[in-house]
Design a protein around this ligand. Structure first.
Ligand SMILES: [Zn+2]
Length: 291
């Protein structure tokens, strides 16, 4: 979070109150989706498009991309639980015996005046525990190795661009379908008015509204994709992780990396854990930013 704050400051992007970004500001934003939505809106509205294309074009992309990342991070937290937890693999460990997700257990006991801390991942159904620290020290280095390999490969960039293009195409088709639906509905609306059929007219209007909303959401996704495309071309996405890996990672950063790159970890008693990696970590960024 420190890094997000300093990146925003370096890019001279003003904080919500116009000053510099602090770690606490970012923390508040990460915890409050409504707040983030508002900022996205303000920034897009506040800076005119021609200002972007002149001297600020790069910063504009950086800030839109960062905000999109922040939004995606929020969505991941909604799905898998908070970043600020000692349990890095929270909601990512699945029991191979009963197929339930392992829960976490925090406990401590006092023996001879000394306090002992127990932190375990637990399958309540099968009744076994995995020591948290042991799980982390055996799995996290594997995750890091995978991410490093990924960010180093030119192939990944190519594949990502390919992937985005495919989605862009689907979006384009969906938008043109919406347009032809709107045409049809328009004609139906005319007929309804000619025949003075009020009920039918309202039905048509209602459907028009829905199709229009759908079309808008597709167009919004198109904008997001265009930004992503550019971010990947300029190597912003993967180099971000690269930079992250070169520095000392804090717990939240380690967890974020896991949320992006690890699909699930399959565990069972007396057997080594198996990490299933996300086939395309961009999946998270591509799916709807607010949903
Ligand atoms: Zn189980």
């Amino acid at each position: 979070m420190n890094k997000i704050a300093s990146t925003l400051n370096e890019a001279s992007i003003p904080s919500p109150n116009g000053g510099i970004w602090r770690t606490s500001t970012i923390e508040n934003i990460l915890k409050n989706p409504a707040y983030t939505g508002q900022i996205v809106w303000e920034i897009r509205k506040g800076k005119k498009k021609d200002t972007y294309t002149f001297d600020h074009s790069h910063e504009a992309l950086v800030d839109r991309f960062l905000l999109h990342l922040i939004n995606t991070n929020l969505k991941l937290q909604k799905e898998y639980g908070r970043l600020e937890t000692p349990f890095l693999f929270l909601n990512k460990l699945n029991c191979q015996q009963c197929h339930s997700t392992l829960e976490t257990q925090n406990g401590s006991t006092k023996r001879n005046g000394k306090k002992y801390l127990y932190q375990d991942y637990v399958c309540k159904c099968c009744g076994y525990k995995l020591d948290m620290n042991e799980v982390h020290s055996s799995l996290f280095p594997q995750v890091l190795r995978h991410v490093k390999d990924m960010t180093a490969s030119e192939q990944v960039k190519e594949r990502s661009v390919h992937y985005l293009s495919a989605i862009e195409q689907v979006l384009e088709e969906s938008i043109s379908n919406c347009e032809s639906d709107l045409d049809k509905l328009n004609r139906k609306g005319c007929i309804a008015r000619e025949q003075n059929d009020r009920e039918f007219e309202f039905l048509v209007m209602d459907e028009q509204k829905q199709v229009f909303r759908l079309k808008n959401s597709y167009e919004h996704s198109q904008d997001v994709l265009a930004d992503l495309h550019e971010a990947i071309q300029s190597e912003m996405f993967f180099t971000r992780f690269d930079h992250l890996l070169e520095s000392q990672l804090d717990n939240a950063e380690m967890r974020l990396i896991i949320l992006y790159f690890v699909d699930e970890v399959q565990v069972a008693p007396q057997r080594p854990a198996r990490i299933i990696f996300q086939e395309n970590p961009l999946d998270h960024l591509v799916s709807s930013p607010n949903g």
